[in-house]
Design a protein around this ligand. Structure first.
Ligand code: EPU
Length: 420
């Protein structure tokens, strides 16, 4: 295992570029299963989750090469399943469900089970597939889906689900007839997938709204696609600049997709100027306590909640951070407390009372976004922090220590002999 050693107190200054979005790349890679021929994906970030998806697609039968662009061809299928070993490493493995059911009319997926941030069931994916004519069986930890004749349906999700919406769009694209998804997720990553599928010949309208209509087609063709920038990485970088008193130009910045975060961070005291594809973030004279409540897009992203809480832990005043998407997404709190933060959790609420400065400490990453919150905490803290279990971080932040050290951070990766 490895750890990050960060000496805090260096303002981030200079220019840094955002990578492609992991959560857009994953469903788009899975969608390549739906058409023979060569798919070419530009801007796929070099991350552990992407490598897990590559292993999964190769297990199913894809031939993949990755030098610059990611090239995927699936002309033969060896398997119709997502096995336990891969699903347990990455829940997003569930994204092959829709494509397999659409293309092979069957799929066998290991049930994901709970994870560090909550129970995260897939009942809504399965209920929607059932409405489209699929037969679902749960056996020995696997869900077996068979759908010799998948047909369109009117689907209303009880709760907004991102990968659920993506799976059902992919299943509906090759089903017979029309599917209407109501209460669909509006996340930009869903829209990016829909754009790619339309380039492949799918008939989809309404992506980016809460009502998506899909007219089934008989087949799709391969396509080339450039992945959108990662709005969560971009938001994390803004906060890293703000908490270190920095002055950072963030390039390949998805301005439209981050409107809510930009508003909140401006309210919290950051100066943010945006151009077409960049944001220039300057720390103000101090951070102000600002309440935030997570919500599905275009609300404040749950994937930025932990990082925002770090920022608030050194803001002037007291604020409430409310998490509404996942029931257990405050795992970073005990670690931030070890660095001196004054945070009290009550169910889905965290009351954060700002202190002057965090203190460096050894801390443990518990999930991907919690890891990012600890990194920005350490960047601003007095003294040295060691962040353990950074394999979580490597799931979702490309070349994080290179990017941060290029703008002035004192951060190194080292082997962790003391991994617990
Ligand atoms: N839910 C159900 N039943 C379902 C599906 C979801 O009850 O069948 C619940 C979940 O338990 C949760 C809520 O609905 O309470 C929303 O979950 P959603 O399905 O939207 O989450 P997801 O699709 O599993 C994606 C991202 C997450 C991100 C969430 C919310 C990918 C690969 N993952 O997860 O990203 O937090 O949407 O925006 O797109 C991350 O990148 O760190 C990450 C966790």
């Amino acid at each position: 295992m490895e750890k990050l050693i960060i000496k805090g107190g260096k303002p981030l200054e200079g220019e840094v570029e955002v990578s492609g979005a992991k959560n857009a790349a994953l469903p788009i890679m899975a969608s390549s299963l739906m058409a023979d021929g060569l798919h070419v994906l530009e801007g796929v970030p070099n991350l552990r989750d992407i490598k897990t998806m590559i292993s999964l697609l190769e297990h199913i039968g894809s031939k993949i090469s990755w030098a610059g662009d990611l090239k995927i061809t699936t002309d033969n299928y060896n398997a119709d399943e997502a096995p336990y070993d891969l699903v347990k490493t990455m829940r997003a493995s569930i994204l092959v469900l829709g494509p397999l059911v659409a293309r092979l009319k069957k799929a066998k997926i290991s049930l994901p089970g709970g994870c560090a941030i909550g129970a995260r069931p897939i009942d809504l994916h399965l209920k929607a597939l059932e409405a489209m004519g699929a037969k679902i069986e749960l056996r020995e930890g696997y869900v077996k889906v068979s759908a010799p004749k998948l047909h369109g349906a009117n689907i209303t999700f009880d709760k907004i689900t991102v990968t659920g919406t993506e799976n059902i769009i992919m299943a509906a694209v090759l089903a017979e007839g029309k599917t209407i998804i109501s209460n669909a997720a509006r996340e930009p990553e869903v829209t990016d997938l829909a754009c790619h599928l339309v380039n492949m010949g799918a008939k989809i309208s309404g992506a980016g709204t809460d009502k998506i209509t899909i007219e089934g087609v008989a087949n799709l063709r391969p396509a080339k696609h450039k992945i959108i920038p990662d709005r969560i990485e971009a938001g994390t970088l803004m906060m890293a600049a703000g908490i270190t008193g920095g002055n950072l130009k963030i390039k390949n910045f998805p301005v439209e997709m981050l409107q809510t975060a930009i508003l909140k961070l401006s309210e919290a005291g950051l100066h943010i100027e945006t151009g077409d594809t960049y944001a220039h973030v300057k720390a103000g004279p101090g951070l102000k306590a600002t309440n935030v409540t997570t919500a599905p897009y275009p609300g404040f992203a749950t994937d930025l909640q932990a990082q925002f809480m770090t920022l608030m832990s050194v803001a002037e005043g007291t604020c409430i951070v409310t998490e509404t998407i996942f029931e257990n997404r405050f795992m970073h709190v005990p670690e931030l407390q070890r660095m001196g933060a004054d945070i009290r959790v009550d169910g889905g609420f965290a009351v954060v009372k700002g202190i002057k400065r965090l203190r460096g400490a050894p801390v443990m990453a518990t999930d991907l976004r919690a890891s990012a919150s600890l990194v920005i905490a350490a960047l601003s803290a007095k003294g040295t922090s060691e962040i353990r279990r950074i394999y979580h971080l490597d799931r979702g932040y490309e070349a994080i220590e290179q990017k941060l050290s290029s703008v002035g951070a004192d951060i190194v990766r080292a082997p962790d002999g003391d991994a617990r």
